[in-house]
Design a protein around this ligand. Structure first.
Ligand code: MG
Ligand code: MG
Length: 272
């Protein structure tokens, strides 16, 4: 995994504002989808809701047509970790569905994901979701001006490992984001701190821990998209896009900019 500074895009304050607009479209769309998830709904119906919400906001779905991807969101159910294709599949009581969403406003991208329980799910799944989401916030909170990218990786891994015997995907990682959805640098979810590009104002990253109840090993299904665990264990996936500003951290895909969670974690809020 390349962790060099090469190709790292530094945004102006105006460009970060444009990314905030894209991030809010993503955040609001995910809230709509979270509310729409229930037993009996199909992943294709969720995709239609998402595309309508994104386009109604004057934005463009990032995922639709990306390397040929046929949906506006990824919907990954149960042992599917990421990149599931929305379609006929009907969600059942007790399922977990991870929804990944991206939007473009004026050429700038936002990218975020949530895992949602369908109906009533077991306690171990609720714990998996809580651990994965918290690890995302711990990772974001570890991003400090003049730190390094793998400070984030280390914080994610440390929190997950301390929480139990979970698997953390290593073959799929977070990423730089801005004028493209996927840009340097990679943001791994495991690793030693203090490595990779320096964290500076104007940097924007998508952090996205993918955590399972079993193995960290995955295989690609024959559709060439869907990533599933090799042992069939269930997975969760949470993601936010954040930017560093001279004042601190601004979580561009969180409706409140991350202000509440960052305050709990003692991190300066860099938004407006
Ligand atoms: Mg994503
Ligand atoms: Mg992403």
């Amino acid at each position: 995994m390349a962790l060099r500074d090469r190709g790292v895009e530094i945004k102006s304050p105006e460009q970060i504002l444009a990314m905030r607009r894209a991030g809010l479209v993503v955040g609001r769309t995910l809230e709509l989808l979270r509310a729409a998830v229930r037993p009996g709904v199909s992943t294709g119906e969720l995709d239609a809701i998402a595309e309508d919400a994104i386009r109604s906001a004057g934005a463009t779905p990032s995922f639709l047509g990306y390397h040929g991807f046929p949906g506006s969101i990824c919907t990954s159910v149960n042992d599917e970790v990421v990149h599931g294709i929305p379609g006929e599949r009907v969600l059942l009581d007790g399922d977990l569905v991870s929804i990944d969403c991206g939007a473009i406003v004026d050429g700038w991208h936002g990218d975020a994901a949530v895992t949602v329980a369908v109906g009533t799910v077991s306690g171990d799944l609720l714990a998996l979701m809580a651990v994965t989401e918290e690890s995302l916030w711990r990772g974001i909170a570890a991003a400090r001006i003049s730190g390094r990218v793998t400070d984030i990786s280390h914080a994610v891994e440390t929190y997950v490992r301390a929480s139990g015997g979970y698997g953390i995907l290593e073959d799929y990682v977070g990423h730089g984001i801005g004028s493209r959805m996927h840009m340097p640098p990679n943001v791994p979810n495991v690793g030693r701190p203090g490595r990779g590009p320096r964290l500076v104002p104007g940097l924007a990253l998508a952090v996205e821990p993918m955590v399972t109840l079993g193995t960290h090993e995955t295989v690609l299904l024959e559709d060439d998209w869907t990533v599933v665990t090799t042992d069939g264990s269930r997975a969760a996936h949470y993601e936010h896009t954040f930017a560093l500003t001279p004042d601190g951290v601004w979580v561009l895909t969180a409706l409140d900019g991350g202000e509440a969670r960052l305050a709990e974690l003692g991190v300066p809020f860099g938004g407006r």
